[in-house]
Write a protein that binds this ligand. Structure first.
Ligand code: CA
Length: 464
């Protein structure tokens, strides 16, 4: 980062941070204490309506969505032609590519437009009705065209707990504490919150038997945060850790659905394949790093005996954030009985062994080119006590209790009809709560496959 850029960001950070606390908005629903989308948040998403089915960029404010394309076209926010062009696209990729100066400029314009003292939209009922829409009346879409998706593995407790299942002799692999580990995932099957997930078929090997092709009997979720890349880098030109922040656009909630029985058989030596490539769900609103700045913490955590980190992964601002993540479950029966989802776990993003800046730097260090709209999974966010464990596999280990649901059933792994709901928020004394909304999906039964029916009948989808 240049000295000029550093100075610019420092000044901007000071300008944004201090007065922002006192900012209030004329959008009444955003003034509610419980609102996840106060004026301090302003997350970006892509939406459409029945009347206008063209996907377009919007910002969440209270219970509403502000149509950003229309705001720019109506001249309500003053932006240059490059930003105007980017805001008229059906995805956020072009806006992400413009970098921090453009992101700060639009955020500044939005803070001014929505400020309680600004009358330009507040007092124009016709315009307001057209530009400010109820979130319940719109359909959300993937916020970006995701070129590549990479799933990291950066939580020490998750790595250790899962390692005990897949590699009991060596649960925490030696490289874990030296580099942010990852595998390249599948971008085509990333879906928006609310999309149903069909139980996948896959090859499974029961103990002492030959492999069989059956619907997974060990369907699981993984509670992660997704990281959207803003500006990319040229191939062969790695991103230095000091510059990482300028390339990071924002965060969403991410559910890395996983089929544990398929994973166990296929994973060695190359990593997950069919066990994870069938679906990944994300929440629709991207919370920017500007919004998360007050919740940035010193990190990442280290314990006595941890090795020194190589210098290319050290430096710049800590990109660790105090974000609470929660997982809720609701069975089909609970839905029928009108019962609320029950909380299964709660953990925090700041617990990860590696920060999102270290993930970004590691991803590009060999010369890999990242592109605007690329997506990272943070890795399952977990902990040691059962109530902090971010996937059911970790709830199934020795010493854990089976999760008891209010409808009287117990959960080992996910059953058909189960709905997984993930929520996340940042909260701090004296500051407003910044929410991420939610990421939800219902498990549908595996599709019938005539050629597999006989085999499935013999093997069943029972857990083993
Ligand atoms: Ca994962």
């Amino acid at each position: 980062m240049s000295t000029f850029t550093c100075a610019f960001l420092l000044v901007l950070g000071t300008l944004c941070a201090t007065p922002l606390l006192a900012v209030s908005t004329w959008v009444e629903s955003a003034q509610n204490e419980d609102s996840e989308f106060p004026i301090h948040n302003l997350p970006y998403g892509v939406f459409s309506t029945t009347n206008d089915p063209a996907p377009r960029v919007g910002v969440a404010i209270g219970n509403e969505v502000l149509d950003l394309r229309a705001c720019a076209e109506e001249g309500l926010i003053a932006v240059d032609s490059e930003i105007m062009h980017a805001l008229r696209q059906p995805t956020l990729n072009a806006f992400m590519a413009l970098g921090p100066a453009a992101w700060h400029a639009v955020r500044g314009e939005l803070l001014a437009l929505l400020d309680v003292k600004n009358t330009s939209l507040r007092d124009d009922a016709v315009l307001r009705e057209r530009l400010l829409l109820s979130q319940s009346s719109v359909s959300m879409h993937l916020p970006a065209r995701i070129g590549d998706y990479t799933d990291f593995y950066t939580c020490r407790e998750h790595a250790y707990n899962c390692g005990k299942v897949f590699r009991p002799e060596n649960p925490l692999v030696p490289a874990f504490r030296h580099l942010p580990m990852a595998y390249h995932g599948r971008a085509s099957s990333v879906v928006i919150s609310g999309t149903d997930v069909i139980r996948p078929w896959g090859q499974v090997k029961p103990p002492e038997q030959e492999p069989v092709h059956i619907p997974t009997g060990r369907l699981d979720y993984e509670m992660e945060m997704g990281v959207f890349v803003g500006t990319g880098n040229a191939q062969g030109a790695p991103i230095a850790i000091e510059d990482a922040r300028e390339h990071l656009f924002g965060l969403v909630i991410l559910n890395d659905w996983s089929a544990r029985d398929i994973q166990k058989w296929e994973i060695a030596p190359l990593g997950p394949f069919n066990s994870k490539n069938f679906a990944t769900s994300i929440s629709p609103w991207i919370v920017t790093l500007d919004a998360l700045e007050p919740y940035r913490v010193v990190g990442p955590p280290r314990q006595e005996g941890d090795p020194d980190t190589l210098s290319y992964l050290v430096g710049g601002e800590s990109m660790a954030f105090d974000v609470t993540v929660e997982v809720f479950l609701r069975s089909e029966t609970m839905r029928e009985q009108g019962l609320e989802p029950v909380q299964i776990s709660r953990s925090n993003l700041k617990n990860l062994y590696w920060t999102i800046a270290q993930m970004l730097t590691q991803h590009s260090v060999a010369g890999c080119n990242l592109q605007p709209g690329d997506l990272f999974g943070s890795g399952t966010i977990s902990g040691e006590p059962q109530e902090t464990r971010g996937c059911l596999l970790e709830h199934s280990l020795p010493g854990m209790q089976k999760n008891q649901l209010p409808d009287g059933s117990v959960r080992g792994f996910l059953q058909d009809g189960d709905e997984v709901i993930m929520r996340a928020y940042a909260q701090k004394e004296g500051l407003p709560k910044i929410g991420f909304g939610e990421c939800r999906g219902i498990v549908l039964p595996a599709v019938e496959r005539t050629q597999n029916r006989q085999q499935a009948a013999v093997s069943g989808a029972k857990e083993f």
